[in-house]
Write a protein that binds this ligand. Structure first.
Ligand code: HEM
Length: 443
């Protein structure tokens, strides 16, 4: 059996490297170990074993032996989402939550939101001032937040939803920087030292957010109404025993959807704009494809465009905003691609490394959408939304937003990059984002 090794530097140094330069951290690990390594830099309460070959990804995603289980882990995610969210549920309660939400986030239910998403995208872009550099991530975040709030609550402009949006912006920004984000990664810094400390401010905002969502649930219970937004569907849903979700469980689901959906979709939208506006040829090809459409504003026709899809896939390949899959717990000692993995180990798939492997993606640092037109990649080579027992439940709606946001800006707005400086991926909360990216809107 092969032994998996880990980087030699001390844990605190690895953790600092992971916080300040996650891409460098992954690249260093890959150079040292071609298949797998122990990632001491990432704290999930215990050591994390990261595999990054397609064969290992397949074994982990398929989980044929049933040895890998979901686990409620004690990590930064618990601090953000609380005790009843997707990230802190386990076993059948986790499966139950997935069963409930997945149909609500797929197929016809989502497709009917196409027009609305396009309108929200245009509204946000129209509000951007002309001829002044704007922060792309903030604009993309505005789009994804508005879409998610609309999906969840059915309305956006009502005062309470505006407050929720405002708090979301504050909470995700609070830990976005390297310095302020440190408490998320070092548990001993998670101390409430009042509003002057990042952790104290975070706790206060979390409390306010909870109060707003509980108030919304209470109002809806007091005045049941026929609505088809996600919160209403969640409130109506029951498990096999006929049990409805408790208020705390509803809160957990709402928070998971608000936060996971928003940050990762926004970062992917921003990356796609960055790449397309950096390369005139790619933008021209996209425009040619869009101009050939008989119904250019029809969201479902846009979704099917091959080149637009290839550009979005290449964005998700090059910038897998979620750098690794959610860890799985090994139930009893097992073997993964020739390595013995002991019971109780937390394992994951290193998406960032797989997406940058030269043997799968030649010239991985080159943004080349054509690679997705020329070859079909397997689910274990291209896995921006993970797979298996914890696969992303919002992949379809995220891809919908990504494609519609890109098609809308390219065909209906005049944008350009504010400067020619390269933008490097930086950690923002738990994802990789183009933090400094600026663009300018022309007349
Ligand atoms: C481009 C945008 C997005 C990316 C790249 C992304 C990526 C991911 C990844 C990699 C995972 C872990 C999968 C695994 O471990 O197998 C995940 C989980 C999850 N995602 Fe997404 N996601 C995105 C958007 C969304 C949206 C819009 C939503 C909500 C509507 C969402 C909700 C979730 C939830 C709830 C989980 C946890 C699932 C579970 O624990 O069973 N994501 N996402």
């Amino acid at each position: 059996m092969k032994q998996v090794a880990g980087l030699q530097s001390p844990t605190w140094l690895q953790r600092t490297q992971y916080i300040t330069n996650p891409v460098g951290y992954w690249e260093k690990a890959y150079q040292a170990y071609p298949d797998a390594f122990w990632a001491k830099g990432i704290d999930f309460g215990k050591r994390l074993l990261v595999f990054y070959t397609p064969a290992a990804a397949q074994q982990i995603i398929e989980n044929r032996s049933g040895q890998l289980i979901t686990t409620a882990f004690d990590s930064e995610l618990r601090a953000i989402f609380g005790d009843s969210s997707f990230f802190t549920l386990e076993g059948w309660r986790h499966q139950q939550a997935r069963k409930l939400l997945i149909p609500m986030l797929h197929g016809k239910h989502i497709q009917s939101y196409g027009e609305l998403i396009c309108t929200l995208i245009k509204d946000v872009l129209q509000a951007v001032p002309f001829d002044r550099p704007f922060n792309v991530l903030e604009v993309a975040q505005d789009i994804s937040m508005q879409v998610m709030i609309k999906l969840l609550f059915g309305s956006y402009h009502q005062a309470r939803y505006q407050q929720i949006k405002h708090l979301m912006v504050e909470m995700v920004s609070l830990f976005a920087s390297n310095i302020a984000g440190v408490p998320l990664f070092f548990r001993f810094l998670q101390k409430d030292l009042g509003l002057a400390s990042p952790w104290g401010r975070f706790l206060k905002q979390r409390q306010q957010m909870q109060a707003l969502i509980y108030a919304e649930i209470a109002d809806r219970r007091a005045q049941p109404n026929q609505r088809d937004d996600l919160l209403s569907l969640l409130m109506l849903a029951t498990d096999e025993q006929g049990q409805a979700l408790t208020d705390e469980e509803l809160l957990g689901q709402v928070l998971s959807l608000l936060f996971t959906g928003n940050e990762s979709t926004a970062a992917s939208i921003a990356w796609s704009w960055y790449r397309v506006y950096q390369d005139a040829e790619i933008k021209a090809k996209m425009l040619t494809e869009l101009n050939c459409l008989e119904t250019p504003r029809d969201p479902l026709s846009l979704m099917r465009l091959p080149y637009l899809s290839a550009v979005c896939n290449e964005t998700l390949r090059m910038y897998p905003v979620t750098m690794f899959m959610i860890p799985r717990l090994v139930k009893s000692t097992t073997e993964i691609c020739g390595c013995q993995v002991d019971a109780g180990t937390l394992i994951t798939v290193g998406t960032y490394i797989i997406h940058h492997r030269e043997d799968i993606y030649p010239n991985p640092k080159t943004f080349n959408p054509d690679r997705f037109l020329n070859r079909q990649f397997s689910h274990y080579e291209f896995l921006p939304f993970g797979g298996g027992i914890r696969s992303c439940i919002g992949g379809e709606i995220a891809l919908y937003q990504l494609k519609l946001a890109l098609a809308t800006v390219v065909s209906q707005f005049s944008l350009k990059l504010a400067n020619q400086r390269s933008v490097h991926p930086r950690r923002r909360n738990t994802i990789l984002a183009p933090i400094q990216l600026k663009m300018v809107k022309g007349q």
